[in-house]
Design a protein around this ligand. Structure first.
Ligand SMILES: [Zn+2]
Length: 461
């Protein structure tokens, strides 16, 4: 049986029980209880996506989401709940229309990329220059795209590790800036997605310094394939209207909440996900699920009895437009001692693999984590690992990372589309995520040995 403390045990007015009066949590039992019966993660992601909806960075909606988050984690008994704000540029979507002109006249379905420039109210009409790959665009001569709409195609497919997002995502992240530098008037990309629904996948694009933003949008995959067929038949001319705007500086913020441990000198474990979403949907898998999973897991560990290390949960703001929350947090907390940092931001499907960058001296802890994760189907890997956008800056500052990699076979069907909604979350796989994070958090929060190394020594790559 798991002994659950009543909520009041965490409230400020309740006297803490002496540590010796409570048994220490058993990570394996906590894991199994989460797998069998967790409802809190679903409750959080259902509540956030229903009551707040979309949460575009640095907008009124994201501010409402922070207020919602503060109320939620306070009600759950977290301590030291507060918002850490920062300023950042605001980008807002406008109208978006595209149509093929001439004998095959037809509309195309598209969505502006984050940071897209505007055509202005009057549509832009231009001929299409087709590039089968991002590399083909890179190889095109300087000035060769003058006045044209560059159309960047690619061939991303679904894999369990989602690794193709790195390679094919370049078409979205850097493609528009490169096309603009060669004279393009606008850019269309095939959505960085693996579905064949007519939903475009938005996402941020990054302009090189001094590059004036041009209109840039993603076509749904079927619309991109249609445009490829048209281009093969001969020259294509498109009329395009995109009216997004840069709306100056705005406020975003990170919501920070702690579950205190018994030994403040032992360092903290940092977990979380991101609170903001793109504006096309309610951000259920990206990343309502991630904050729900890590928050539910942290609370399970805390409710089970005294734990040595403080568990800090952060609901990061403004991840989507470029990791503003993660950067602000690392800067504000450079003096904190975290022994391990990790985030959940690959959807809500099951965890299948984990890796850490714990120092060699902590191999016994890593072995214990591996043993705790093996019974729920999670294997261990050593390869070089990315631990995520939000904890990345903290990890680069010298904190060991932990990554719990989720199956991404379905993720890029919905990622950044109007279809990132609650119904895409499988409650059973969501519970397996909570079970995995519960085991990791418990192992680290309870570990009797010292973890990590001084910040100056333990520089992660
Ligand atoms: Zn995300």
């Amino acid at each position: 049986m798991i002994r659950l403390l009543p909520l009041a045990a965490c409230a400020a007015f309740a006297l803490p029980l002496p540590a010796a009066a409570q048994p220490a949590p058993d990570p394996a039992k906590l894991r199994d209880a989460a797998l069998a019966s967790d409802t809190l993660a679903w409750d959080i992601v259902e509540g956030l996506t229903t009551e707040v909806g979309q949460r575009l960075a640095a907008t009124e909606a994201e501010a409402r989401a922070r207020a919602w988050a503060v109320r939620k984690v306070t009600a759950l008994g977290f301590h030291n709940v507060h918002v850490e704000t920062y300023q950042m540029p605001v980008w807002l979507r406008g109208e978006e229309r595209a149509e093929v002109l001439g004998p095959s006249a037809q509309k195309l379905v598209l969505a502006a990329l984050g940071n897209s420039g505007s055509t202005g109210a009057r549509p832009l009409e231009a001929d299409v220059a087709y590039f089968a790959t991002f590399a083909d665009l890179q190889a095109s001569p300087a000035g060769s795209l003058a006045g044209k709409i560059a159309f960047i195609d690619h061939a991303m497919t679904a894999t369990q590790d989602g690794s193709q997002y790195g390679a094919f995502g370049a078409a979205r992240r850097q493609g528009p800036s490169i096309a603009a530098s060669k004279g393009a008037a606008a850019v269309l990309i095939r959505s960085i997605g693996t579905d064949h629904g007519r939903n475009p996948h938005t996402g941020v694009t990054n302009w090189a310094k001094d590059q004036v933003p041009i209109p840039a949008a993603a076509l749904s995959v079927p619309d991109a394939e249609q445009l490829v067929r048209l281009v093969r038949r001969g020259p294509v001319r498109i009329r395009l209207t995109l009216t997004p705007q840069f709306a100056g500086q705005g406020e975003s913020g990170n919501v920070v909440a702690d579950l205190p441990g018994t030994d403040p000198a032992a360092g903290m474990i940092l977990v979380g996900g991101h609170l903001d979403s793109w504006d096309l949907a309610t951000g259920a898998i990206d990343d309502g699920a991630g904050i729900a999973i890590t928050t539910a897991a942290a609370k399970r560990v805390h409710d089970a009895g005294p734990h040595r290390r403080t568990i800090r949960v952060v609901w990061f703001g403004a991840e989507e437009p470029g990791g503003f929350g993660g950067n602000a947090f690392a800067k504000a907390h450079a003096g904190d001692r975290y022994v391990l940092a990790g985030e959940s931001d690959e959807g809500a499907d099951h965890v299948w693999r984990f890796h850490t960058s714990l120092p060699p001296a902590n191999k016994p802890l890593e072995d214990r984590i591996a043993q705790a994760l093996a019974p729920i189907g999670i294997t261990w890997t050593t390869g070089p690992g990315d631990f995520g956008t939000d904890v990345g800056p903290t990890i680069r500052g010298g904190v060991p990372g932990v990554g719990l990699q989720q199956s991404m076979l379905r993720y890029f069907d919905y990622h950044h589309t109007p279809d990132d909604t609650l119904d895409k979350i499988d409650p059973i796989q969501l519970r397996q995520n909570v079970a995995a994070w519960t085991a990791v958090i418990a192992m680290v929060a309870l570990a009797p040995e010292e973890i990590g190394a001084p910040l100056s020594v333990n520089k992660a790559k």
